[in-house]
Design a protein around this ligand. Structure first.
Ligand SMILES: Nc1ncnc2c1ncn2[C@@H]1O[C@H](COP(=O)(O)OP(=O)(O)OP(=O)(O)O)[C@@H](O)[C@H]1O
Ligand SMILES: [Mg+2]
Length: 229
C-alpha cells in the first residue's frame, strides 16, 4: 500500500537556559494510506509534539516529514498552510476553536478557505453528526469541554481530509459521547478512506486501530500491529 506519511530521523529539540532539551529523538516510521494508527505513551513523552510535526503545524529540528509525497520542511509557511487545508485534519488536545466565532462558523472555516459550495448546509449537517445541531449559534465559551471537542471534530471532518491527526479525541468526553466520536472517526476512515493517526490514553480506542506505536522519552519504543492489523 502507498504510504501517506514517511517520517525519517525526526528530532525536535528546545533550547532553554543554555541547555538542549531533546523532546523527540530520531523517530522513524511510515503510515500506509487509509490505515488506522494509535500513538500511546506517558505524559510528556512527545506525542503532541510528534503530531504537530507530522501535520506541519511545527517544524523539525532535524529529519524529514514527508506527507503525500511532499517534504514539509521545504515549504514556506503559506505553502504549509495550503497543504494543511488540502490534505490534513487536526483535532487538538485543547480544541483550539476560534473564540469569536460560533460553533457553526468554526465548522465553516475550512470550507470557506477552500471556497466550497453549500457551506452552511454542509456545516449544519456535520454539527448534526456530532449531536450538536441545536448549538450552532453558541460561542465556544458557552459550550462544555466535550461539546467543544465535538465541534472541533466536525471542523476537522469538514474538509474531508486524506489524513486526520487526533490528539486525545475522547480525553474530555463521557463514555457515551466517546463511543459516538470513536464511531465517527472509524466511519470516516471506512467511508472516505481517511488515514487516522490518533494519540490516546484510551486503550479501548487504541485496540480498535490496526497498529499501536509506543513513545517513551521522545523515542519510538514499539510499533505493533493489533488484531485488526
Ligand atoms: N515549546 C516548548 N518548549 C520547551 N519544551 C517543550 C515545548 N513544548 C513541549 N515541550 C516539552 O516537550 C515534552 C513533550 O511534550 P508533549 O506535549 O509532546 O508531550 P505529550 O506526550 O503530548 O504529553 P501529554 O500526554 O501530557 O499530552 C514535554 O516535556 C514538554 O515539556
Ligand atoms: Mg499531549
Amino acid at each position: 500500500m502507498e504510504n501517506i506519511l514517511n517520517i525519517s530521523n525526526l528530532t525536535k529539540t528546545y533550547q532553554s537556559a543554555g541547555r538542549t532539551l531533546t523532546v523527540l529523538d530520531n523517530i522513524n516510521f511510515t503510515v500506509a494510506a487509509g490505515s488506522t494508527n494509535a500513538i500511546v505513551g506517558p505524559s510528556g513523552s512527545g506525542k503532541t509534539t510528534l503530531l504537530g510535526l507530522c501535520a506541519g503545524l511545527d517544524r523539525a529540528s532535524a529529519g524529514i516529514v514527508e506527507l503525500n509525497g511532499i517534504n514539509l520542511g521545504k515549504l514556506t509557511e503559506d505553502q504549509l498552510a495550503q497543504v494543511r487545508n488540502q490534505y490534513i485534519g487536526f483535532i487538538f488536545q485543547n480544541f483550539q476553536l476560534l473564540p469569536t466565532l460560533t460553533a457553526l462558523e468554526n465548522v465553516m472555516v475550512p470550507l470557506e478557505l477552500r471556497r466550497e459550495k453549500n457551506i452552511k448546509a454542509r456545516s449544519l449537517d456535520l454539527l448534526d453528526k456530532v449531536g450538536l445541531s441545536d448549538r450552532g449559534h453558541h460561542y465556544p465559551t458557552q459550550l462544555s469541554g466535550g461539546e467543544q471537542q465535538r465541534v472541533s471534530l466536525a471542523r476537522a471532518f469538514s474538509n474531508a481530509p486524506r489524513i486526520l491527526f487526533a490528539d486525545e479525541p475522547t480525553g474530555n468526553l463521557d463514555a457515551e459521547t466517546s463511543e459516538k466520536v470513536v464511531k465517527l472517526l472509524f466511519d470516516l476512515n471506512k467511508e472516505a478512506g481517511t488515514t487516522l493517526v490518533v494519540v490516546t490514553h484510551d486503550l479501548e480506542l487504541a485496540a480498535k486501530t490496526q497498529r499501536i506505536l509506543r513513545i517513551k522519552g521522545g523515542r519510538l519504543i514499539a510499533d505493533d500491529l493489533t488484531i485488526n492489523g
